[in-house]
Write a protein that binds this ligand. Structure first.
Ligand SMILES: C[S@@+](CC[C@H](N)C(=O)[O-])C[C@H]1O[C@@H](n2cnc3c(N)ncnc32)[C@H](O)[C@@H]1O
Length: 245
Protein backbone atom coordinates (compact mmCIF):
# COMPACT_ATOMS: atom_id res chain seq x y z
CA UNK A 1 0.00 0.00 0.00
CA UNK A 2 1.42 3.34 -1.08
CA UNK A 3 1.72 6.08 1.55
CA UNK A 4 1.51 9.63 0.25
CA UNK A 5 0.93 11.35 3.57
CA UNK A 6 3.48 14.04 4.42
CA UNK A 7 3.72 16.12 7.59
CA UNK A 8 4.68 19.15 5.50
CA UNK A 9 1.50 18.81 3.38
CA UNK A 10 -1.27 18.31 5.96
CA UNK A 11 -4.13 19.28 3.64
CA UNK A 12 -2.96 17.01 0.80
CA UNK A 13 -2.48 14.15 3.25
CA UNK A 14 -6.24 13.92 3.72
CA UNK A 15 -6.69 12.57 0.18
CA UNK A 16 -6.65 8.90 -0.76
CA UNK A 17 -3.35 7.84 -2.30
CA UNK A 18 -4.98 5.44 -4.77
CA UNK A 19 -7.31 8.16 -6.01
CA UNK A 20 -4.40 10.59 -6.39
CA UNK A 21 -2.41 8.04 -8.35
CA UNK A 22 -5.46 7.22 -10.50
CA UNK A 23 -5.52 10.93 -11.40
CA UNK A 24 -1.77 10.93 -12.05
CA UNK A 25 -0.72 12.96 -15.09
CA UNK A 26 2.29 14.55 -13.46
CA UNK A 27 4.00 14.47 -10.08
CA UNK A 28 2.46 15.43 -6.72
CA UNK A 29 0.00 18.11 -7.89
CA UNK A 30 -1.54 18.58 -4.45
CA UNK A 31 1.82 19.02 -2.73
CA UNK A 32 2.77 21.64 -5.30
CA UNK A 33 -0.54 23.42 -4.97
CA UNK A 34 -0.55 23.32 -1.16
CA UNK A 35 2.87 24.97 -1.14
CA UNK A 36 1.92 27.55 -3.77
CA UNK A 37 -1.49 28.31 -2.24
CA UNK A 38 0.12 30.27 0.60
CA UNK A 39 0.92 32.97 -1.97
CA UNK A 40 -2.53 33.16 -3.55
CA UNK A 41 -4.87 34.71 -0.94
CA UNK A 42 -7.49 32.02 -1.54
CA UNK A 43 -10.68 32.86 0.34
CA UNK A 44 -14.13 31.28 0.09
CA UNK A 45 -16.23 32.29 -2.91
CA UNK A 46 -13.38 33.52 -5.11
CA UNK A 47 -13.56 32.56 -8.79
CA UNK A 48 -10.58 30.39 -9.64
CA UNK A 49 -9.43 29.04 -12.99
CA UNK A 50 -7.51 25.76 -12.72
CA UNK A 51 -5.76 25.83 -16.09
CA UNK A 52 -4.49 22.50 -17.45
CA UNK A 53 -6.41 20.78 -14.67
CA UNK A 54 -6.03 17.24 -16.04
CA UNK A 55 -8.35 14.83 -14.25
CA UNK A 56 -9.28 17.49 -11.71
CA UNK A 57 -7.50 16.48 -8.47
CA UNK A 58 -6.25 20.04 -7.96
CA UNK A 59 -9.73 21.44 -8.66
CA UNK A 60 -11.24 19.15 -6.01
CA UNK A 61 -8.54 20.32 -3.60
CA UNK A 62 -9.15 24.00 -4.34
CA UNK A 63 -12.91 23.69 -3.87
CA UNK A 64 -12.76 21.55 -0.73
CA UNK A 65 -9.84 23.17 1.09
CA UNK A 66 -10.41 26.83 0.24
CA UNK A 67 -14.15 26.99 -0.60
CA UNK A 68 -13.49 28.70 -3.92
CA UNK A 69 -15.56 28.37 -7.12
CA UNK A 70 -13.51 26.44 -9.64
CA UNK A 71 -13.47 26.31 -13.42
CA UNK A 72 -11.30 23.37 -14.51
CA UNK A 73 -10.05 23.84 -18.07
CA UNK A 74 -8.02 21.23 -19.88
CA UNK A 75 -7.18 20.23 -23.43
CA UNK A 76 -6.29 16.52 -23.44
CA UNK A 77 -8.61 15.12 -20.78
CA UNK A 78 -12.31 14.70 -21.48
CA UNK A 79 -14.19 17.06 -19.12
CA UNK A 80 -16.46 14.16 -18.11
CA UNK A 81 -13.47 12.53 -16.34
CA UNK A 82 -12.94 15.61 -14.19
CA UNK A 83 -16.70 16.02 -13.69
CA UNK A 84 -16.88 12.44 -12.38
CA UNK A 85 -14.18 13.26 -9.84
CA UNK A 86 -16.05 16.40 -8.78
CA UNK A 87 -19.29 14.43 -8.29
CA UNK A 88 -17.48 11.70 -6.32
CA UNK A 89 -16.10 14.34 -3.95
CA UNK A 90 -19.32 16.36 -3.71
CA UNK A 91 -17.63 19.31 -5.35
CA UNK A 92 -19.56 21.84 -7.45
CA UNK A 93 -16.92 22.82 -10.02
CA UNK A 94 -17.17 23.36 -13.77
CA UNK A 95 -15.11 21.15 -16.07
CA UNK A 96 -14.54 22.22 -19.65
CA UNK A 97 -12.38 21.41 -22.62
CA UNK A 98 -10.33 24.47 -23.52
CA UNK A 99 -7.11 25.36 -25.26
CA UNK A 100 -4.93 27.72 -23.25
CA UNK A 101 -4.68 30.27 -26.12
CA UNK A 102 -8.41 30.40 -26.83
CA UNK A 103 -10.01 30.47 -23.42
CA UNK A 104 -13.80 30.89 -23.44
CA UNK A 105 -14.09 33.36 -20.56
CA UNK A 106 -14.95 37.03 -20.20
CA UNK A 107 -12.12 39.47 -19.58
CA UNK A 108 -11.29 40.01 -15.89
CA UNK A 109 -13.60 37.13 -14.87
CA UNK A 110 -11.27 35.40 -12.38
CA UNK A 111 -9.87 36.36 -8.98
CA UNK A 112 -7.15 33.72 -9.19
CA UNK A 113 -5.61 31.58 -11.93
CA UNK A 114 -3.73 28.45 -10.92
CA UNK A 115 -1.72 26.24 -13.21
CA UNK A 116 -0.09 23.09 -11.85
CA UNK A 117 2.41 21.28 -14.06
CA UNK A 118 0.90 22.48 -17.33
CA UNK A 119 2.26 26.02 -17.99
CA UNK A 120 5.41 24.57 -19.55
CA UNK A 121 3.26 23.33 -22.47
CA UNK A 122 1.89 26.72 -23.44
CA UNK A 123 3.11 29.54 -21.16
CA UNK A 124 6.71 30.22 -22.17
CA UNK A 125 5.98 32.49 -25.17
CA UNK A 126 6.70 36.18 -24.50
CA UNK A 127 3.11 37.22 -25.17
CA UNK A 128 1.36 34.60 -23.05
CA UNK A 129 1.37 36.41 -19.69
CA UNK A 130 -0.43 39.37 -21.26
CA UNK A 131 -3.04 37.07 -22.78
CA UNK A 132 -3.65 35.10 -19.58
CA UNK A 133 -3.74 38.04 -17.17
CA UNK A 134 -6.48 39.51 -19.38
CA UNK A 135 -8.78 37.00 -17.66
CA UNK A 136 -7.76 38.16 -14.17
CA UNK A 137 -9.39 40.99 -12.27
CA UNK A 138 -7.00 43.82 -11.38
CA UNK A 139 -5.27 42.74 -8.18
CA UNK A 140 -5.99 39.06 -8.97
CA UNK A 141 -3.34 36.41 -8.40
CA UNK A 142 -1.64 34.04 -10.83
CA UNK A 143 0.16 30.97 -9.47
CA UNK A 144 2.16 28.48 -11.49
CA UNK A 145 4.00 25.29 -10.54
CA UNK A 146 6.17 24.07 -13.38
CA UNK A 147 9.11 21.68 -13.86
CA UNK A 148 12.28 23.67 -13.56
CA UNK A 149 16.03 23.41 -13.84
CA UNK A 150 18.65 24.98 -11.62
CA UNK A 151 20.51 26.18 -14.75
CA UNK A 152 19.10 27.49 -18.01
CA UNK A 153 19.67 25.09 -20.91
CA UNK A 154 20.69 28.19 -22.90
CA UNK A 155 23.49 28.88 -20.40
CA UNK A 156 24.58 25.26 -20.20
CA UNK A 157 24.63 25.07 -23.99
CA UNK A 158 23.17 21.57 -23.92
CA UNK A 159 20.41 19.48 -22.37
CA UNK A 160 21.97 17.17 -19.76
CA UNK A 161 21.98 13.63 -21.18
CA UNK A 162 19.76 12.00 -18.52
CA UNK A 163 17.09 14.67 -19.10
CA UNK A 164 17.38 14.66 -22.88
CA UNK A 165 16.98 10.88 -22.91
CA UNK A 166 13.49 11.16 -21.42
CA UNK A 167 12.06 14.52 -22.47
CA UNK A 168 14.24 15.59 -25.39
CA UNK A 169 13.88 19.19 -26.55
CA UNK A 170 10.91 19.81 -24.28
CA UNK A 171 13.39 20.46 -21.47
CA UNK A 172 14.03 23.89 -22.98
CA UNK A 173 10.70 24.93 -21.40
CA UNK A 174 11.94 23.94 -17.92
CA UNK A 175 13.22 27.33 -16.92
CA UNK A 176 14.89 28.51 -13.73
CA UNK A 177 12.90 30.58 -11.21
CA UNK A 178 15.14 33.53 -12.09
CA UNK A 179 14.08 33.24 -15.74
CA UNK A 180 10.41 33.32 -14.75
CA UNK A 181 10.91 36.25 -12.41
CA UNK A 182 12.54 38.36 -15.14
CA UNK A 183 10.05 37.22 -17.77
CA UNK A 184 7.11 38.36 -15.65
CA UNK A 185 8.58 41.44 -13.94
CA UNK A 186 9.85 43.05 -17.15
CA UNK A 187 6.29 43.20 -18.53
CA UNK A 188 5.11 45.43 -15.65
CA UNK A 189 1.76 43.68 -16.08
CA UNK A 190 2.16 42.06 -12.67
CA UNK A 191 3.72 42.97 -9.32
CA UNK A 192 4.72 41.20 -6.15
CA UNK A 193 6.39 38.46 -8.20
CA UNK A 194 7.65 35.45 -6.26
CA UNK A 195 9.69 32.81 -8.08
CA UNK A 196 11.43 30.07 -6.16
CA UNK A 197 12.78 26.61 -6.66
CA UNK A 198 10.68 24.46 -4.36
CA UNK A 199 12.99 23.26 -1.57
CA UNK A 200 11.80 19.68 -1.73
CA UNK A 201 11.01 19.77 -5.45
CA UNK A 202 13.36 17.02 -6.59
CA UNK A 203 12.79 14.74 -3.59
CA UNK A 204 8.98 15.14 -3.76
CA UNK A 205 9.07 14.35 -7.47
CA UNK A 206 11.21 11.28 -6.76
CA UNK A 207 8.91 10.10 -3.95
CA UNK A 208 5.90 10.46 -6.23
CA UNK A 209 7.61 8.63 -9.10
CA UNK A 210 8.58 5.81 -6.71
CA UNK A 211 5.00 5.55 -5.48
CA UNK A 212 3.59 5.53 -9.01
CA UNK A 213 6.07 2.91 -10.16
CA UNK A 214 5.54 0.76 -7.05
CA UNK A 215 1.82 0.78 -7.69
CA UNK A 216 2.03 -0.25 -11.34
CA UNK A 217 5.00 -2.56 -10.76
CA UNK A 218 6.63 -1.23 -13.92
CA UNK A 219 10.01 0.45 -14.27
CA UNK A 220 9.76 4.10 -14.99
CA UNK A 221 11.84 6.41 -17.19
CA UNK A 222 11.07 9.32 -14.88
CA UNK A 223 12.54 7.46 -11.92
CA UNK A 224 15.67 6.72 -13.90
CA UNK A 225 16.00 10.39 -14.86
CA UNK A 226 15.46 11.64 -11.29
CA UNK A 227 17.87 9.13 -9.77
CA UNK A 228 20.53 10.08 -12.29
CA UNK A 229 19.92 13.75 -11.53
CA UNK A 230 20.19 13.56 -7.73
CA UNK A 231 18.70 17.05 -7.51
CA UNK A 232 21.54 18.67 -9.45
CA UNK A 233 19.32 20.20 -12.14
CA UNK A 234 15.71 19.12 -11.65
CA UNK A 235 12.91 20.34 -9.46
CA UNK A 236 9.80 22.50 -9.59
CA UNK A 237 9.52 26.26 -9.76
CA UNK A 238 6.69 27.93 -7.87
CA UNK A 239 5.91 31.27 -9.48
CA UNK A 240 3.22 33.73 -8.44
CA UNK A 241 2.30 37.36 -8.94
CA UNK A 242 -0.51 39.86 -8.61
CA UNK A 243 -2.02 41.60 -11.62
CA UNK A 244 -1.44 45.33 -11.46
CA UNK A 245 -4.35 47.64 -11.17
C1 LIG B 1 1.22 17.03 -16.84
S1 LIG B 1 -0.50 17.26 -17.02
C2 LIG B 1 -0.92 17.97 -15.45
C3 LIG B 1 -2.39 17.89 -15.16
C4 LIG B 1 -2.78 18.41 -13.77
N1 LIG B 1 -2.60 19.84 -13.63
C5 LIG B 1 -2.03 17.69 -12.70
O1 LIG B 1 -1.09 18.27 -12.17
O2 LIG B 1 -2.35 16.53 -12.45
C6 LIG B 1 -0.54 18.66 -18.12
C7 LIG B 1 -1.93 19.10 -18.51
O3 LIG B 1 -1.80 20.25 -19.34
C8 LIG B 1 -2.84 20.24 -20.27
N2 LIG B 1 -2.47 21.03 -21.45
C9 LIG B 1 -1.38 20.87 -22.23
N3 LIG B 1 -1.39 21.75 -23.23
C10 LIG B 1 -2.53 22.49 -23.07
C11 LIG B 1 -3.12 23.56 -23.78
N4 LIG B 1 -2.51 24.06 -24.87
N5 LIG B 1 -4.27 24.07 -23.32
C12 LIG B 1 -4.88 23.57 -22.23
N6 LIG B 1 -4.38 22.55 -21.51
C13 LIG B 1 -3.22 22.02 -21.92
C14 LIG B 1 -3.03 18.78 -20.64
O4 LIG B 1 -4.31 18.54 -21.13
C15 LIG B 1 -2.69 18.06 -19.33
O5 LIG B 1 -3.84 17.66 -18.64
Amino acid sequence: MVDLTRAEYPLSSKYDADWLLDCDMGPNPLWLLEDLAGELDLTPGLKVLDLGSGKGATSVFLAKEYGVQVWAADLWVDPSDAAANFAAHGVDATALKAEAHTLPFAREFFDVIVCIDAYEYFGTADNYLAYLTGFLKPGGRLGVATPAMTREVRDLGYIPEHIKKLVGWEAIAWHTPEWWRFQWEITELVEDVSARMQKSGWSDWLAWAEAASERTGTPDGILEMLRADQGEYLGFALVSARKRG
